[in-house]
Design a protein around this ligand. Sequence first.
Ligand SMILES: Nc1nc2c(ncn2[C@@H]2O[C@H](COP(=O)(O)OP(=O)(O)O)[C@@H](O)[C@H]2O)c(=O)[nH]1
Ligand SMILES: [Mg+2]
Length: 308
Amino acid sequence: MEGQEKKGFFSKLKSKLSGTSEGLVKKIDRAILGKKEIDDKLIEELEEILIMADLGVKTTYDILEAVQDKVRRKALNDDHALRESIKSEMFNILKSEESRLSFEGRKPLVMMVVGVNGVGKTTTIGKLASRYKSYGKNVIIAAGDTFRAAAIEQLDVWAERSGIDIIKHPDGSDPAAVAYDAVEAGKLRGADLVIIDTAGRLHTKINLMDELKKIKRVMSKVIPEAPHEVLLVVDATTGQNAISQAKLFNEAVGITGIAVTKLDGTPKGGVIIGIADELKIPIRYIGVGEGINDLRDFYADEFVEAIF
Ligand SMILES: Nc1nc2c(ncn2[C@@H]2O[C@H](COP(=O)(O)OP(=O)(O)O)[C@@H](O)[C@H]2O)c(=O)[nH]1
Ligand SMILES: [Mg+2]
């Protein structure tokens, strides 16, 4: 990317993430800047800030433990060094979960998208499909949330807008059959990427996790390794709930990547650090708005620089 354009992108990201900057970093700054010594009272204050900013208890403890360790070793002696140390702890946690999706040896790459209702699955699929299409990839999307007619229509709108093939069945039909057809179509048509939407909540007695397991199993009948990616979408505005959702879905279907949406305008964006620290699953994308260009690859340095 050209320097000028990259700069524009970065300042836009910075303004999108200003809620998290306010809710986390500005508070850290107010607590530490100008302090002459790093004492227990200051550490307690920081602890409260990190927990309130949705990093979670474990992650807060991990970060402050590392910081205190440096204090004990006299490696930190002023407020600026303390700020840098907190920043670098956060960066290290995020950096270890920065990893791109690989298309290598996968034709098509099959991605199943899961998550509870309203987190932004369908929107994320629309954004992803149009982006990969613009990179020259041959993309197929599949309307696997068959439980609501509106969900199929919503995906249809994205498909039409970007000129992308869509596999859909009438609403109420078996989502596993949609997934099967999509993977088969991807194979027959030589597609590069097949993305399958799923429901976040089901009617009555059907168990969501059992249904997702079945959808996953059916795909592997067409391509044994499919789905190559099980992308979990979580909504940053739900804070700690995002972490518990991730644990539940991971146990049931094995998550291989995470997209964190709605980071625009929320003060709860620190949850992404908790997600990276507690789940140890790659964070692939971040959503910073409803528009087609508001989904970005996740880069730890960019994220940390934007909030600090
Ligand atoms: N502000 C904001 N809104 C988003 C983002 N991603 C999705 N949404 C909105 O969240 C709502 C639910 O999204 P949808 O894709 O239907 O969720 P699904 O139920 O998981 O498929 C919609 O109004 C989307 O426009 C994001 O990154 N930022
Ligand atoms: Mg949906």
